[in-house]
Design a protein around this ligand. Structure first.
Ligand code: NAP
Length: 246
């Protein structure tokens, strides 16, 4: 379904990004796999991807750095000649009540979650303009739709990412390029591993489907959005949250 395409996925060494990389590779996409420091995990994901008989290269890069992300985008275009699918997935959380969020925690979250996506879209904009096709998928969060206690920095970054998604969708629609966001709820990854015991139990009890999500719940939607069946969908924010925000 994605045969012959190239997907660049940020933060694909672990968690949701890893699941998206594996599922897109399974659907036939060649994978440019970004991570920031965990080269062992990135290499392990690459080994799994190569079993799907597609190409895969890994790129260590801090996407929040404008020049580094420009260099990586250039390297990916040199290696694969085009990018058809950009998944802005890399993200971090530094949760605290607003009064406990220091300047660094605010800046780091905004710089990686929001500026990082801006950087990647900006550097690959000419690629999408030239190809007159392609899709951008931004991994946002339900926090960006509703706001969330103790996540002022994170929720603001994801709200910004949703606004960025809609703006890019409008700007690139004339070129046949779509841009959508996925807003996951609670997904079991390293990011949420701190939530345990009774706190986790009561959170899960508030989810209508009565379970936390898995990375595969998000990646299946990403594969759909990247495929031809989603070519008339743009500017959307689709929740994958087990009904949490009904
Ligand atoms: P995760 O397991 O913590 O993985 C984070 C990934 O991002 C890793 O591959 C990490 O690379 C990479 N990364 C971090 N900072 C980076 C940077 N500056 N440049 C490049 N790569 C960077 O996270 P996750 O739970 O899968 O989350 C993925 C996305 O989903 C995030 O945007 C997150 O906000 C969003 N999300 C998650 C949940 C959830 O419940 N888990 C819910 C809603 C939204 P290394 O391995 O090299 O460190």
């Amino acid at each position: 379904m994605l045969q012959g395409t190239t997907a660049l996925i940020t933060g694909a060494s672990r968690g949701i990004g890893k699941a998206i990389a594996l599922d897109m590779a399974h659907s036939g996409a060649n994978i440019a796999l970004n991570y920031i420091g965990n080269s062992e995990e990135a290499d392990a994901v690459r080994t799994l991807i190569l079993k799907e008989n597609v190409r895969c290269e890994t790129y260590e890069c801090d996407i929040s750095d404008f020049n580094e992300s420009k260099r990586m985008s250039g390297d990916v275009l040199k290696d694969f000649s085009r990018v058809d699918i950009l998944v802005n997935n890399a993200g971090i959380a530094r949760d605290n009540p607003l009064l406990g969020i220091n300047e660094k925690d605010y800046d780091d979250v905004m710089n990686i979650n929001l500026k990082g996506a801006f950087n990647m879209i900006k550097h690959l904009y000419p690629n999408f303009m030239k190809n007159r096709s392609g899709t951008i998928i931004n991994i946002a969060s339900v926090c960006g739709l509703r706001g969330w206690e103790w996540q002022a920095n994170y929720a603001a970054s994801k709200g910004g990412l949703i606004a960025l998604t809609k703006t890019v969708a409008k700007e690139l629609a004339g070129r046949g390029v779509t841009c959508n966001a996925i807003a996951p709820g609670l997904i079991e990854t390293d990011m949420t591993a701190k939530l345990t015991g009774s706190k986790k139990d009561s959170f899960v009890a508030s989810i209508p489907l009565q379970r936390a999500g898995r990375p595969g719940d998000v990646s299946k939607l990403a594969v759909f959005l990247a495929g031809a069946g989603a070519s008339y969908i743009t500017g959307e924010v689709i929740k994958v949250d087990g009904g949490l925000c009904i």
